[in-house]
Design a protein around this ligand. Sequence first.
Ligand code: PLP
Length: 392
Amino acid sequence: MRLSLKLSGVKPSATLAINAKTQEMKAAGKPVVSLAVGEPDFPTPGHIKDAAKAALDADFTRYTAVPGIPELRDAVGAYFGRFYGVTPPREAVIVTNGGKQALYNLFTALLNPGEEVLIPAPYWVSYPDMTILAGGLPVSVPTDAEDNFLVSVEALEKARTPGTRILVLNSPSNPTGGCYSKAQLDAIVEWAIARKVFVIADEIYDQLVYPPAERVSCVGWWEKHSENVAVVNGMAKSFAMTGWRVGYCVAHPGLIKAQSKIQGQATSNVCSFAQKGALAALTGGFDCVEKMRASFERRRDLAMEVVSRWPGVKCPTPGGAFYLFPDVSALYTKNIPDSAAMCGHILEKAQVALVPGAAFGDDRCIRLSYAVNDKTLLEGLSTVGKALKEIR
Ligand code: PLP
């Protein structure tokens, strides 16, 4: 089969590969527990589903404007006003098929061939591949568990070249749960703006933050430097709406128009009644979000209590999202030399599915998700702990 050369550097999703192996084991009758999931285990709150059902019943089923229905674009603006004190106008907002499409639009709209994208590692799996698909060059900037996997200005400066075009910041982070403080974020964005490096802030987990970590956004930087900053967010993680495919982006109106052009030729508008559901979510109460946030915080504590007792394993306490990213490299052996082999060993011995850190640009670590119920989480972690002890 003859395919585009563009695809040669693009990897299939590592999480999907783990899911396939898990399904295979389940089909063979093995009771596999998955701590590999990247989505909340809660159902979408009732008032959001009701709004989408009402939209269907009212025959709100036709094409909408490509960048979204006006009231939803306004609600996105109001969301930032409510939590961060900056209310972007309608023309600075686009509604996208998940945060994913907002990111894809941005890379496509901003990058020229060979331009470099600084991606602090560990990173969310799609940034490098999206960069490549857009003709750019991903440049991984390593961080360490000792620094909560947060990147420093010094490390960024070392990685910067005259070809650097974009910096991707993801806080809270998938896979580490690491969160930048406002001061840390400000220092990094200031550095980028002074060097004309465009900042893409992926804030998809902004509602899932556990004090003392702070809920922070780059929208204030967008307000001051709209030609240099874009903010991506979405409904998936905060409102348990992963399957609805509704995300959004705040950017300079010129960049929103460019994104609309790309989206208009690729997918057109986000599903009409899903937009109505998102509107109900953003304009309704946030009690449901707080309830889910509090559950994740409690599970984070349960999981950390177990993982911090695993000998030889380093795992900073994450301030947000719903992942732990322990560094297990001290346990590597001749037979288990990397994160893929480690996840293979754990799947075999403990029948627990995890994701190898290599997929996120850090082969020392493994990612586990605590977006599962307490019983599954504790039983899963207990068997993983036993499988790790067997290595020695
Ligand atoms: N950004 C990060 C860091 C994510 O973890 C994800 C989903 O896993 C996304 C963006 C995309 O989310 P969506 O489902 O809204 O496309």
